[in-house]
Write a protein of this length. Sequence first.
Length: 259
Amino acid sequence: MVALGGQKACLTVLLDLSAAFDTVDHLQLLSTLSDLGVKSSALKWMTSYLSDRQQIVCLGKDSSDPQTLECGVPQGSVLGLCSSRYTSSLGQLLRSQDMDYHFYADDSSLYLMFHPNDITITVHRLEKCITSVRQWMSQKCLKMNDSKTEVLLISSKHLTRKIECPSIIIGDHQVEPSDVAKSIGVIMDKHASMEDHITSVCRSAQYHLYSIGRIRKYLTREAKEQLIHAFITSKLDYCNALFCGLPVKQIKRLQRLQK
């Protein structure tokens, strides 16, 4: 979450990649890992795993002809984790354009802090940067999903009235700023209040709490504790660092659930 100054706003673009793990080019991934210092047995192991891999589709007793895979890594595997290094050069590109950014696996966001009078310049900088990102992705065999890319203008309530943010051109689409946007499971709103996210957490947790309550007489204490931790405590703990500094009114909503 971005910390805002009293007289500044933040324009954020949340990029959406189409099937990012499925389009990772094997040769470029291995070359990137080698440049980053992966050598000897580790590099040979990865090269062996990716070389001459084949895939078939089965339906009942029938199956397709084997097809050689020249791209893609299993999501959640060691190579899936390594694929995050595949995008390391994107950080260099963004830094060269004085762009702030966050990467998490295939979720990426760009953001710029600005004064309200500089909204036109800020939008132009973002559009120019996104054009460069699209070109970089094309070279890396990745594809940005323009229609699902979201724009969020974050500012204090009194600044919101002073800023008229135009639509941002992303590829062939004109994207209007949203009031809320989701990033790695967190719902961010235009005032960085976390109110929408807390509402979503409370609604989901209350539903599961009610469901567990209906069957609790059939469960052992240990089973009930496991269900509570799996469906309720985990939701309260997820990204809870973002709750620091929130108004007491919002924190109490979470505390009531916890009790």
